[in-house]
Design a protein around this ligand. Structure first.
Ligand SMILES: Cc1cc2nc3c(=O)[nH]c(=O)nc-3n(C[C@H](O)[C@H](O)[C@H](O)COP(=O)(O)OP(=O)(O)OC[C@H]3O[C@@H](n4cnc5c(N)ncnc54)[C@H](O)[C@@H]3O)c2cc1C
Length: 416
């Protein structure tokens, strides 16, 4: 049995950053990354952008690490291999036919695109967008497709639609929601997005659901529950993600939707950490359990998990640290800038307030709890994102200023 001082499952940004952080302070401890994709670290965020899907900027480098980097840093990259079993007492992980021993383990297994459970979903021409291989298939299909159906109103769907339209493909967007991006944006923000989409020739079908995928071996169209038929030669499904944690749960590690960790990213099992999209962490800024789902958070969690693994191993100068970050991400398309920051869930004890309007073409939705901003979602008001993130970080009480805040011209910086 091969033993590693540090074993990382998942070779995305969280897992790789953890390994890189560990190597900066432990020059000799053995490190391995097991990852089921056949590649070194690449930029997942580029997969839905024109530089990749439309090959608009072939020089935009998707590779964030080369094979040489792993060799140079003595990090064993076991790619194309899946961890399927965990024994937290024996401190082993089963990978294919092999068993690996670990002293410290990081679970950074990310998420997978949710598969469509519908009649005809096994036909050729249905695509999901999470991995490089999936993105390559979409880029290939886009070269010949004339009509596409997009399911769901996620960030990935929004960006993919823009690429499809830029490639001259007719697009019908089918979604369960009442407006685009519900409930992440409010209706004002959703309407701005819809106007931009319909202006670019996208047919949007709200509160609609596909009953069946039509065609023989290949997709030829869909029929909705209302009986409307739409012809297409490709379908892109953006219906959310699932977390690949069954094998972790089977090992007795505390799992909810993702893997539960505290503010140090420690799981319920000794010497096992989790980081990145899969981590359901104790957010020390907002004092709640959260999942993040963005690049900035995954990278920082990887760094913190790496430091904490080092600290537990008595690594040189390594000190146990809390994960503490108000993360945000942006999405661009159809001339719109959309941004989300903090925790945008509409929990029962939260209220919302808006700045701007659909008519003005820009809108910010603030999510408030106990007089403080906990999250933000905005369309075309990205200039105030940094200030709002600071207000969230500082836990600024804005209760007395709510009236002023509703004025889109009120300078938020005055609250800092
Ligand atoms: C198309 C697309 C566009 C995006 N755009 C943005 C953006 O613009 N901005 C932004 O902030 N975020 C964006 N995101 C989200 C961002 O990419 C993720 O938050 C980030 O990649 C999460 O990193 P991670 O390391 O936690 O997980 P992942 O990147 O998912 O990596 C986890 C890895 O672990 C592997 N794995 C899983 N289970 C096992 C197992 N049992 N054994 C071995 N390997 C396993 C997975 O296959 C995967 O390779 C985008 C995501 C997608 C899909």
């Amino acid at each position: 049995m091969k033993n590693f001082k540090y074993l990382v499952v998942g070779g995305g940004i969280a897992g790789t950053t953890a390994a890189e952080t560990i190597r900066t302070k432990d020059a000799n401890g053995s490190i391995a990354i097991i990852t089921d994709e056949p590649y070194p670290l690449y930029s997942r965020v580029i997969l839905s952008k024109p530089s990749f899907l439309l090959e608009k900027n072939p020089k935009a480098n998707i590779w964030l690490k080369t094979s040489d980097w792993y060799e140079k840093n003595c990090i064993e990259l076991l790619n194309g291999k899946s961890a399927t079993m965990l024994d937290v007492k024996a401190k082993t992980a089963t990978v294919g036919g092999e068993i690996f021993g670990y002293e410290r383990l990081l679970l950074a297994v990310g998420a997978r695109a949710r598969r469509w459970d519908i009649s005809g979903a096994d036909k050729k021409g249905i695509y999901y967008l999470r991995t490089l291989d999936e993105a390559k298939e979409i880029a290939r299909a886009m070269k010949t497709a004339k009509r596409a159906v997009v399911i769901g109103s996620s960030c990935v769907a929004f960006e993919a639609i823009e690429n499809l339209r830029s490639a001259g493909i007719e697009v019908a967007e089918i979604m369960l929601e009442k407006y685009f991006w519900e409930p992440m944006l409010d209706e004002e923000g959703g309407r701005i997005t819809e106007k931009a989409l319909t202006g670019a020739g996208v047919k949007i079908m709200m509160q609609s659901e596909v009953k069946e995928v039509l065609g023989g071996e290949n997709v030829e169209g869909v029929i909705t529950k209302d009986g409307e038929k739409i012809g297409c030669d490709m379908i892109l499904c953006g219906i959310g993600v699932v977390f690949p944690v069954e094998w972790v749960k089977a090992a007795g590690v505390n799992v909810n939707r993702g893997i539960k960790v505290n503010e140090y990213l420690e799981t319920s099992a000794p010497d096992v950490w989790a980081a990145g999209d899969v981590a359901e962490f104790n957010d020390v800024v907002l004092e709640e359990q959260c999942m993040a789902g963005n690049w900035m958070s995954a990278r920082e969690q990887g760094r913190i998990a790496g430091l904490n693994m080092l600290a537990s191993a008595g690594g040189r100068g390594a000190k146990k640290e809390q994960f503490k970050l108000v993360s945000f991400y942006t999405s661009h398309g159809f001339g719109l800038n959309v941004a989300f920051g903090g925790d945008i869930r509409l929990l029962p004890d939260r209220t919302t307030m808006g700045r701007g309007s659909a008519e003005a073409g820009s809108h910010t939705r603030l999510i408030l709890q106990n007089g403080k901003i906990v999250g933000v979602a905005m369309v075309n008001r990205i200039f105030e994102l940094g200030t709002i993130v600071k207000l969230i970080e500082n836990r600024t009480d804005i209760y007395a200023k709510q009236k002023e805040l509703a004025d889109p011209d009120f300078d938020l910086k005055s609250l800092l």
